[in-house]
Design a protein around this ligand. Structure first.
Ligand code: FAD
Length: 359
C-alpha cells in the first residue's frame, strides 16, 4: 500500500500551491485532479492566435500577502508581472478612472459633490469600525448608505459592487468592498506569520503550518493566536497591525497600483512557475475524480476514486466548498447548512483582441 504524507484533492492553483508548500517542507504529496489538465481556472489557451486566460486576470496583493509569501519562499523563479494599471467606468461620453483614494473621490466630478463627501465619509467610518474589530461582513453596502443620494451615485456604487463581488450593492457586504478595494487587508504579513508559527527552517515550522492549515478557520485561529501573544506581552511591536494603516491606505493608496499585476505571457506563466517549482516528491494524477474520503474510527485514512483507494492521514480538499459534503459524509449539520448557503456567482470576462495599440 502506497502511503503519502498528504493527499491534495484538486489541482487548481490552490491545490498546487498547497502541494508546493508542503513538499518543500519535506512532505510526500499526492495531487488528484478529475479533469485532463491541471491548473483549474488558473490557465490560458489560444483562440484565433490570441491567448485567453480562463479565470483570473488581475492578481492582487503582490506586494504583501499570501501570494507574495508563497512566491518568495517556495517558487524556484517568480513570474514577471506587468503593472495592471487603472480601472475605468464607461460613462455616456467618456471613460472615467475609478477613484482609488480619497483625493480621487473628492474630485470625482461625475457624481454630485455632496454625494462624494458622503461616500468618502462612509468609507472612512467603515474603515474605522473595521480597524477596531467591528464585523461588517453581514452589513450590506446599500444599507450602509444614506437613502438620499442621486441615481448616478447608486449606479456607481452598484457597478463597483458587481465588479468586486459579482453581486448588487444590496447583496455585497461592506467588508467585501473594503477588502476587494485593498483598503483593508485580509491577510497577515510574513513577520506576523513567523511570530505565530515560528521562524522558517525549524522542524516546528512545518508542523505548525500543518496545524494552521488543518484549523477550520485560519483567520480566527491566527487572530486568537495574535491576541494570545498580546496577552502574553511578548514584544511584537512590529507585528501588530497599525490601526491607522487602512485609513492612510485610503487617503494615499500609493501602493495599490503596484500591488496588482498581470503576469507577462498570461496566467499560464503563474501555473508554469508553480509546476516548475514542484519537487519530485509531488505525484500528480489527472482523470482522477475523488468520490469520497476514507475514514477509520472518525479519522481520515485516505480517499477513493471510482476504481482506486489512496492512503494518507491528511487530506486537503481545495475544490468548491459547497461540494465538500459529496465527499465527506459525516460533516456537522450546521456546517453543511452553511455550505448550502454559498451562492456561486456567474462571471463573464470579455477579452478584446486588438490589431493595433490603443492610445
Ligand atoms: C471569469 C473569472 C475571472 C476571475 N478573475 C480573477 C482576478 O482577476 N483575480 C483573481 O485573483 N482571481 C480571479 N478569479 C478567481 C480565480 O481564478 C480563482 O479563485 C482561482 O483560480 C481558483 O483556484 P482554485 O484552485 O481554488 O479552484 P479551481 O481553479 O476551480 O480548481 C479546482 C480544481 O478542482 C478540480 N476538482 C473539483 N472537484 C474534484 C474532485 N472531486 N476530485 C478531483 N478534482 C476535483 C477541478 O477540476 C479543478 O481543476 C476569476 C475567476 C473567474 C472564473
Amino acid at each position: 500500500m502506497n502511503k503519502y504524507d498528504v493527499i491534495v484533492v484538486c489541482a487548481g492553483i490552490s491545490g498546487l500551491l498547497a502541494a508546493l508548500t508542503l513538499s518543500k517542507h519535506g512532505k510526500k504529496v499526492l495531487v488528484l485532479e478529475r479533469s485532463e489538465y491541471v491548473g483549474g481556472n488558473c490557465n490560458s489557451y489560444v483562440v484565433d492566435g490570441f491567448q485567453v486566460d480562463t479565470g483570473a486576470h488581475a492578481l492582487t496583493h503582490l506586494l504583501v500577502g499570501p501570494l507574495k509569501m508563497l512566491m518568495d519562499n517556495y517558487f524556484d523563479y517568480v513570474p514577471v508581472f506587468e503593472n495592471y494599471g487603472h480601472y475605468y467606468i464607461r460613462t455616456k461620453d467618456r471613460l472615467q478612472k475609478v477613484p482609488s483614494h480619497l483625493k480621487d473621490f473628492v474630485t470625482y466630478n461625475i457624481l454630485p459633490k455632496k454625494d462624494r463627501l458622503v461616500l468618502s465619509q462612509g468609507i472612512t467610518k467603515a474603515l474605522t469600525l473595521s480597524t477596531f474589530g467591528v464585523d461588517l461582513s453581514k452589513q450590506s453596502v446599500y444599507d450602509s448608505l444614506p437613502h438620499n443620494l442621486s441615481k448616478d451615485t447608486y449606479d456607481f456604487v452598484n457597478a463597483i459592487s458587481f465588479f468586486l463581488s459579482g453581486k448588487s450593492m444590496k447583496d455585497t457586504s461592506v467588508h467585501r468592498m473594503l477588502t476587494g478595494s485593498s483598503f483593508i487587508r485580509d491577510s497577515v504579513t510574513q513577520e506576523q506569520f513567523e511570530t505565530i508559527v515560528g521562524p522558517r527552517n525549524t522542524p516546528q515550522y512545518t508542523e505548525s503550518i500543518l496545524q494552521s492549515i488543518l484549523h477550520s478557520n485560519i483567520r480566527t485561529s491566527l487572530g486568537l493566536k495574535l491576541s494570545g501573544i498580546l496577552e502574553a506581552s511578548i514584544p511584537i511591536k512590529s507585528t501588530v497591525p497599525n490601526p491607522l494603516a487602512s485609513i492612510s491606505r485610503f487617503v494615499i493608496n500609493s501602493n495599490n497600483a503596484q500591488a496588482q499585476g498581470y503576469p507577462r505571457k498570461g496566467l499560464k506563466a503563474v501555473l508554469n512557475a508553480v509546476l516548475y517549482s514542484l519537487p519530485e516528491t509531488v505525484e500528480t494524477q489527472t482523470h482522477c475524480e475523488v468520490k469520497r474520503n476514507l475514514t477509520n474510527e472518525g479519522k481520515v485514512t485516505g480517499v477513493e476514486t471510482e476504481d482506486q483507494a489512496y492512503y494518507s492521514d491528511i487530506v486537503i480538499y481545495t475544490g468548491f466548498a459547497k461540494n465538500l459534503p459529496d465527499i465527506v459524509e459525516d460533516l456537522p449539520v450546521s456546517y453543511v447548512n452553511d455550505l448550502a448557503g454559498i451562492v456561486q456567482t456567474k462571471s463573464l470576462t470579455i477579452w478584446l483582441g486588438l490589431d493595433r495599440k490603443m492610445d
